[in-house]
Design a protein around this ligand. Sequence first.
Ligand SMILES: CSC[C@@H](O)[C@@H](O)C(=O)COP(=O)(O)O
Length: 348
Amino acid sequence: MADLPENVRLTPDGTGVIILDQTQLPTRKVFLTLKTPEEMYEAIHALRVRGAPAIGVCAGMCLSALAHQRPQLERPAFDAWLREQADYLASSRPTAVNLSWALRRMTALLELPLPLPELLDRLEAEATAIQAEDIAMCENISRYGLSLLHPGDGVLTHCNAGPLATSCYGTGQGPLHLAAREGFPLKIFADETRPLLQGARLTAYELQQAGADVTLICDNMASLVMKNGWVQACMVGCDRVAANGDTANKIGTSGVAILARHYGIPFYVLGPTSTIDLNCPDGDHIPIEQRDGEEIRSLFYREPQAPAGVKCFNPAFDVTDHTLITAIITEKGICRPPYTQSLAALFE
Ligand SMILES: CSC[C@@H](O)[C@@H](O)C(=O)COP(=O)(O)O
């Protein structure tokens, strides 16, 4: 078992959630304690805690923490109040399905006819179980993903799908962390990932800390490194996989997949089954989060990078067509096309 994560955890009394504020990395390691629903919503919306699996883990813990703040309520008033908090947290980000998946797992416990003290214990146990499963999931995905690579391969990755985005090695970058841990040589290219620089601030930081051979590139350099023959595989995470395999991930991912197809490089999506949404038929049905244009104009830079007030288009995610995806790697195994069948088989 890998080391326990420090990015999301419950406070010792169980009434709050401590997160590592990812917006401050890599220069500052700041931990925040979230107590109110508004603080929790803001932390998810502002990407202080981010990455689909970590958002799910955090949401589960937030709901448990809020529940433990209201032991004086009686059921069913408690149930109605907690469902309201779950709906509020679910509205903080629309694309990563792990958020609503985790909250549904928590609110499903409200169906149990238990006295409140027992229900509170069950809620905390469920939140902790989501995190424990996330650790096991990362270990499996990383092992399956590494089986697709050869020593010395160049691997290009986009955004951050490493330990910070999960509870262990990561998904899209899990094999790269497992490789570093096991001395399996790889040459990694990390896209900086405009506009919020998750690749530069988080992926490059994590891989450097892990002792991996990582080279940071600007997003528009991916084509060149592929053309030079430096990339033998692309590995990315995912925020929602539709039933036909269309995959939403950080904006820019679909461009990487198109380039990989052009250069004949396998393009792998790695994510837990909790990110697969069989109720969503295809990518056209995945809600894409639109974010504030200020993130493009000035955020993360000392000086504004664009004229004040210039119109911006700032979708947080895009959808990679399933025809461009070589395989989807989950904790249960490697799915190949046709995805309609191979993804459905995971849930049989
Ligand atoms: C294991 S994390 C997978 C995805 O959530 C990740 O690749 C991604 O797109 C994250 O986007 P973000 O907007 O930073 O939350």
